[in-house]
Design a protein around this ligand. Structure first.
Ligand SMILES: [Zn+2]
Length: 605
């Protein structure tokens, strides 16, 4: 290999008069690609790719397992032999597990040989003993395609190949393809073949080799050459970490943005970013362009820098350090300062009807309820009493099956005035939202019910149930024995992962509760549970359901029967905000210690 470099670096061609060589300063021939590929094929870090198939190789191929297809060649003028399409994978096979996925190609354009030199510089670096390369081989897998257009390179002229020319001549390409250019057809290779042997074979091989259909790939490099040295990428990646890492190396080489339209969809860089199987799903895609005014060692060095930058951008991601603590602590701070969510009153039964057997919903959401008894019959003579409704252990107000109404997803507030009898059956429900068309306990969407004596709770207390689990309730600590016989205002508020209860405007209990209300189509029973059993005994007035958390000040206003302000408090929490990790009702450095300790312990695996 060193021999080739030495020989080639002095081969400054002075063939400006010869057709096709005008733009080539340093040759990089088809044979040189093969020679280089053979020379690295015995490295312990190089293997054939998944799509490598010796049966595809042309007779006399020195490394048939590295062949993923062959080019078409050309029988006419110019006469071009078929060529092997080589591919190989570089990684440290002793380190397994998830690795960063990188695809490197070159040779789209025939005269852009400085690109092949820079490409070789990157490959030689990746296989070297440099510590960055040793590390990269453990952290990443590289699928390498060292000459994607050998027939074109063989001609040493133009940007295309004879197959594309024949398709152009035969009118077989879409009208927007007007020139013979091997880097404008990549997006046409799926779902059917575009008809260019090289592109069809290589796009299939790349998808197979990198298993891109699973999760895409991370990085894509397509080495080219032109009049100046820079690298193309898309505008969104101009400030990406890889570009920053490359710029930090101070090579004097800068990125240039080109949109998909400007670059044309069919360039391999843009193709690589398309979702698989249309492309490789690459997160980062670059086209290093290399000038023709430097010597070979310059391009080899540049290729090495593209590898070093990859090391520098990947390395910090795998180290555990202060940067991780910074990420962790900033999210802790943000969670500690919990901004309130705003929503609407989505259900409000005032029970002011005084007669009839329906109860209107004043929220504007039209959840009108009908009065039923335990047999499911409409109650003909309900007991309305001074702006409230008497629930006599056989009365239920049931809304219609109401599709998307009364849905609760995160924060919420329930409020009601109740005058409860001193004895209640176990699980007597003040209200219970459920879906009769959903089987199993999961249809118990959300409810406010008395407890279950023979389990751990008692029927003296009012509990919140969210979700499917029978035992997964939250205790309001509002006790029947303390409220029975008199009118009281009760409210519960869900805020992120905490629940708070209020009695007559005052906080009663506050604690963690992470079970989300199961929300779905269904109906609401007021005064009975989901099975139209376990009836509540007493009076109920003014049930309200909000789909957001009211502040404690607003609960106080509800209790005083006053209007809620139109612009509510900025921030609201009732017990400890999420950032209060040690649950001492403060967010401070003690919580940070908890956070840092958890981080340290989880980091030492
Ligand atoms: Zn090019």
């Amino acid at each position: 290999m060193a021999d080739i470099r030495t020989i080639i670096s002095v081969l400054v061609l002075c063939l400006s008069g010869a057709s096709g060589f005008a733009d080539s300063v340093y040759v990089y021939t088809v044979d040189m690609t093969e020679t280089h590929t053979v020379s690295i094929s015995s490295s312990p870090y190089v293997t054939p790719t998944a799509s490598g198939d010796g049966n595809l190789a042309l007779p006399g191929c020195p490394i048939p397992d590295f062949v993923v297809g062959v080019s078409a060649g050309n029988m006419g003028d110019p006469c071009i032999p078929q060529h092997n399409l080589y591919a190989y994978m570089i990684t440290d096979p002793c380190v397994t597990g998830q690795k960063t996925k990188v695809v490197i190609i070159t040779g789209n354009h025939n005269t852009e040989t400085s690109g092949s030199w820079a490409f070789q510089g990157m490959v030689d670096f990746l296989l070297s003993g440099e510590p960055e390369a040793v590390w990269l081989r453990k952290a990443a897998e590289f699928w390498v395609y060292p000459l994607v257009n050998p027939d074109g390179r063989y001609t040493q002229t133009g940007r295309g190949n004879p197959e594309i020319q024949a398709m152009l001549d035969g009118g077989q390409l879409p009208p927007e393809i007007t020139s013979n250019d091997h880097n404008r057809l990549w997006h046409l290779s799926y779902p059917t073949d575009c008809g260019v042997s090289t592109i069809d074979a290589l796009t299939t091989a790349m998808l197979t080799d990198s298993d891109a259909c699973e999760a895409g790939i991370d990085y894509y490099f397509d080495f080219h050459g032109t009049d100046s040295t820079f690298f193309y990428t898309v505008p969104e990646l101009m400030d990406c970490p890889y570009v920053e890492a490359f710029l930090a190396l101070d090579t004097g080489v800068y990125p240039k943005a080109r949109t998909a339209e400007q670059a044309t969809l069919g360039s391999s860089r843009i193709w690589a970013m398309l979702e698989p199987p249309w492309g490789l799903g690459a997160t980062y895609s670059f086209t290093p362009e290399n000038d023709k005014y430097h010597d070979v060692s310059y391009f080899l060095d540049l290729g090495r820098y593209y590898g070093i930058a990859l090391h520098n951008v990947l390395m910090p991601e795998t180290l555990i350090g202060f940067a991780d603590l910074e990420v962790l602590s900033s999210s802790w701070l943000e969670n500690g300062i919990h901004q309130r969510q705003i929503g609407e009153l989505i259900g409000w039964w005032e029970f002011d009807e005084g007669d009839g057997n329906t109860a209107a919903d004043s929220s504007g959401y039209d959840n009108t309820g009908t009065l039923y008894d335990g047999n499911g019959n409409v109650i003909e003579d309900p007991n309305w009493q001074s702006g409230a409704l008497v629930f006599d252990a056989n009365t239920c107000v049931q809304t219609a099956y109401n599709a998307n109404k009364l849905q609760l997803n995160s924060g919420y507030t329930w409020a009601a005035w109740i005058k409860a009898d001193s004895t209640q059956t176990e699980r007597a429900a003040i209200f219970d939202k459920y879906d009769p068309n959903t089987a199993g306990p999961g249809n118990n969407h959300w409810s406010l019910q008395f407890g279950v004596e023979h389990y751990i709770d008692t029927s003296d207390k009012i509990d919140v149930w969210n979700g499917a689990e029978f035992m997964d309730f939250w205790d309001t600590q509002i006790k029947l024995s303390e409220i029975a016989g008199d009118w009281h205002h009760i409210a519960v508020v869900r805020s992120v992962n905490t629940m708070a209860s209020f009695l007559d405007g005052n906080s009663v209990n506050c604690g963690k509760y992470t079970t989300n209300p199961i929300s779905g189509a269904g109906l609401l029973n007021i005064g009975a549970d989901r099975r139209l059993q376990n009836f509540y005994k007493g009076l109920i007035d003014d049930i309200q359901v909000y789909d957001y958390q009211l502040s404690s000040d607003e609960i106080e206003l509800l209790y005083q029967d006053l209007t809620l302000p139109s612009s509510p408090a900025e921030e609201v929490y009732y017990c400890y905000p999420t950032g209060d990790l040690n649950e001492d009702y403060k967010v401070n450095h003690r919580d940070f210690s908890v956070l840092a300790l958890e981080w340290l312990e989880s980091s030492i695996k």
